[in-house]
Design a binder for this molecule. Structure first.
Ligand code: NAD
Length: 346
């Protein structure tokens, strides 16, 4: 495993995370070959080696070859794969399971607009299957990984807290993603109320950092690649969208905290409140601070930009006070997040 990730995981094992309550438990993680899921798996396996966590991890994946490549340095008896396409298949888990973290979802904007039905099916059917498994296994906690996109365009002035649901235009195809997440959160609340599942929704701000996959193509990875390659950052929108970001290890710390401290049926924003910026300003920041002003941010909106599936512009400043009240606080800001991600990429 590369140095920068080891640093992140070492710091995570030293952080204010309820590690003792998580000891000797079994975790089932969906989306385990994705950014968030793979880091959760790796972090738990690292904690096995270093702080004797004694965790058993089931990684739900569609492609075991991909999983083998991602976890090639971490293969141990503590890690098993469960192969399932959550849009169509059930997850068969023979043994006991203490915690489920459901991170699988369609996340590529292009796919959201080219396969909106599949995006919704993965969301709704996949989440319901996982909640049913949670009932069957009588899990201690279930974390649904949601998104700040569920807020749509917030109506309120000032910070957006968990109750401030905004507008989502359901006549726009791209809304399959936020609207699917909204329904999943609603289903989580329903399972908490009706079946007593201790289910918590974790609404992530845009999350990036060390540990991104080589195939990653979201805007943060594109900006970082431009900086590394000394090429101008080309924006395909006017870049007015204004939102929050959170570093990968900070997000992992929050998710692990919620497993023990989250309240059933409730949602929590996971965001670095200071990492708040427009896309355009972020591109300029990367050009200046990361590429030493050797590149520039330029706007070039393609004619077929609708097919790229960019989310509509929003102005949102997430309030993370509910998460902070659980003792969590983010530790890595935007510029350091880029520096650490680039160290990992290189
Ligand atoms: N990274 C972010 O910026 C961010 C921000 C907000 C919310 N989220 C949410 O966090 C979760 C994890 O996102 P990520 O950044 O790791 O994305 P990712 O694209 O890296 O990972 C998503 C994972 O889901 C899996 N998946 C997709 N469809 C599936 C299906 N039908 N069956 C089984 N697995 C399937 C993929 O194989 C992948 O492993 C997602 O729910 C996403 O919506 C991420």
């Amino acid at each position: 495993m590369r140095e920068v990730l080891i640093e992140d995981f070492k710091q995570l094992t030293e952080r204010n995370i309820p590690w003792n309550e998580l000891r000797d438990k079994t975790f089932l993680i969906t989306g385990a070959t994705g950014l968030v899921g793979s880091l959760l798996v790796r972090c738990l396996l690292y904690a096995n080696e270093t702080i004797n966590l004694n965790a058993k991890v089931y990684a739900v994946v569609r492609n075991t070859d991909k999983a083998d490549r991602i976890f090639e340095d971490e293969k141990t008896d503590a890690l098993s794969y469960i192969v399932a396409d959550l849009a169509t298949e059930k997850v068969c888990c023979e043994g006991e399971c203490d915690y489920i973290i459901h991170a699988a979802a369609v996340t590529a904007s292009k796919l959201m607009v080219s396969d909106p039905v599949g995006t919704i099916r993965t969301s709704i059917d996949g989440t319901e299957k996982m909640l049913q498994l949670a009932v069957e296994k009588k899990v201690r906690a279930f974390i649904y990984i949601s998104s700040m996109e569920i807020y749509g365009q917030p109506k309120t002035e000032g910070r957006t807290a968990e109750k401030d649901l905004g507008y989502v235009d359901i006549e726009t195809v791209r809304s399959c993603y936020p609207e699917g997440k909204r329904m999943c959160e609603c289903m989580c609340t329903a399972y908490a109320a009706q079946y007593g599942v201790n289910v918590i929704s974790a609404r992530l701000a845009q999350t990036f950092g060390a540990g991104i996959l080589p195939t990653e193509n979201r805007v943060f990875a594109q900006f970082a690649r431009s900086a590394v390659n000394g090429e101008n950052i080309v924006l395909h929108t006017t870049g007015e969208s204004e939102g929050n970001y959170v570093y990968t290890a900070d997000a992992i710390a929050a998710i692990l905290t919620l497993l023990v401290k989250g309240e059933a049926g409730k949602a929590y924003n996971i965001a670095n409140e200071e990492s708040h910026i427009t896309i355009r300003n972020m591109a300029e920041l990367v050009a200046k601070e990361i590429a030493g002003s050797k590149i520039q941010a330029v706007i070039d909106i393609p004619e077929d930009s609708a097919s790229l599936g960019y989310a509509p512009p929003v102005k949102m400043w997430l309030d993370a006070s509910k998460m902070r009240a659980l003792g969590w606080k983010p530790e890595v800001g935007l510029v350091d997040a880029y520096k650490r991600m680039i160290r990992w990429m290189e």
